[in-house]
Design a protein around this ligand. Structure first.
Ligand code: SF4
Length: 156
């Protein structure tokens, strides 16, 4: 319930400020992330695949899974026949695919993605576990990104 959620988040924020606490939120709600986080770690198949400050993460995601999540946010000012979704389903944790665990669902995947598991690496004060983190094409607004991801036109 979003009303109760807002009340709980307000209590947490108040406690955080009053007591000087750090706060870790684990959520699928990107609105909560955007509104409450300073730094974000995106997890796929039990592993951090991207970590960055909240503004840079939403403006310029450097992992394809993060791009898919942001592109999936509905835009009320735009008319689309269907919402964007990432193809496929997350793998079972006991049966992860070889190479990059995201490769069966990734529109940017290349041959090496099927065999080489990319480590989480520093790309200038932020981190990504993608072989192509620094060469992915520019990311646009969520709605435009969704259209481009749908058509595959953002693939290098
Ligand atoms: S390493 Fe390859 S499959 Fe994995 S996220 Fe990057 S492009 Fe996609």
């Amino acid at each position: 319930d979003v009303t109760v959620q807002a009340q709980i988040l307000a209590v947490l924020r108040s406690l955080q400020e009053r007591l000087g606490l750090g706060l870790v939120l684990i959520t699928h709600d990107l609105g909560v992330v955007a509104g409450h986080a300073d730094r974000v770690a995106v997890v796929y198949s039990g592993r951090v695949v991207e970590q960055a400050g909240v503004s840079e993460l939403f403006a310029d995601p450097r992992h394809p899974y993060t791009r898919g999540l942001i592109a999936s946010i509905p835009n009320l000012e735009e008319s689309r026949e269907r919402l964007f979704s990432i193809d496929g389903s997350p793998p079972a944790l006991g049966r992860l695919p070889g190479g990059c665990a995201f490769h069966p669902r990734c529109i940017y995947a290349e041959a090496r993605c099927r065999t080489e598991d990319p480590p989480l690496h520093d790309i200038g004060g932020r981190f990504s576990a993608c072989h192509f983190a620094t060469t992915l094409p520019p990311f646009h607004s969520a709605s435009l990104a969704a259209a481009e991801l749908d058509s595959g036109s953002m693939a290098p």
